[in-house]
Write a protein of this length. Sequence first.
Length: 425
Amino acid sequence: MSAPRRAKGECRRAQHEGTPVNALCPPTRPSHQRGITTLAVVLAVATALALTAAYASRVAWLELQASGNRVRAAQSAEAAESGLAWALARLNDDRPVDDACKPAPSGSTFRERYQGAAAMPSCALGDGAWTCRCPLPGASVSTSEPAPVRQAFALRLGGAASGVAMIESTGCSGAIAACLRPREAGVPGGMHVARAWVDVARLPAIDVQPVAAITVRGTLRLRDGATAVHHGIASGGLTLHSGTDVDPGDATLIGPPGAPARSTIVGDDAALASLDAEQFFASTFRMNRAAWRAQPAARPLSCASPCDQALAQQLSAPGAPSLVWLDGGLHLDSATELGSAERPVLLVVDGAVHLRAPVRIHGVLYLRSAEWRDDGGAEIHGALLAENDLLLTGPSRIEHDANVVERLRLCCGTFARMPGSWRDF
């Protein structure tokens, strides 16, 4: 046995017997000291693990809160954008509305109720469906809401100066009450509120007022006792305006007092003749045919066969459109009055015109066909336009009425967003 191993054995034996230990034997630690060291290491590791777990839990909680905030912010922003789209659709609906924002048989329209008013219409999403309120200005607002409410929006409409209106939409990620609170009142805890604004402008029913009682892009011919009247000196006093030839035939032309009949005719207008049919339509209405038909303010109606009752009912109903596209032409068999000086109409006639009874129309007729046959004696108070040639036969009286055309231009049309006007700050 080697000397080091023999020395270690002697040291162990001496320690076991309790005899004095010589200087060659190293000191030994008590067993309880070794346990304390182990415990200290375990406690340090446990503390580090606990701190790590607490930090991870804190990070997860903050991330959960941030995720919730992002969800609520997205909900309120989408609700505000939905409010802008809904308000634009309501502005383009001329039907009266009730307190639930649904069409009503009588009353005021959405635009009449809220443009420039302090009242705020609102909608809330609950149970998978939207519930809306359209209270009258000054009326008390109910606080009952569908439960649970996940999103809501409230609206405020500015005035329509010069045909431009502002829509303010406040969206919230919860109850409507948060949307109706003043901005300085703050936001309730656990909710998010977003605001968005957009300016909308009305595309007028007719963009350019016709200068003559009858305006034709191509050739114009009148037969069998037609009459054209234009008393307005300020707008030129023209009765007939054509891009190429004008043949008044036996027509009666009445211009401003003292003006010779022939002086009220302008033919061979090179600027007018240079337009094709699509350009003529666009210059009149500021949009092409497809866009005009698709706009919310216009309604299509088939009139290839007599449509007296259908057309009269559509134009006389509460909130009825003033803009109508007539497929198949205009065929009337009975005495009919369409529109009025206060509420004129605009008819785009895609087909021949055949009138078999006295007809009175207040507004503007735009013809796409060259055929006009009048057997009953029609009166048009406003203006008549044709995008191609026109042969007008019969005792029709076409009287240029600047007031009717201007009222039609200002009262009717479709609201659309103004580019670059949207903001959320």
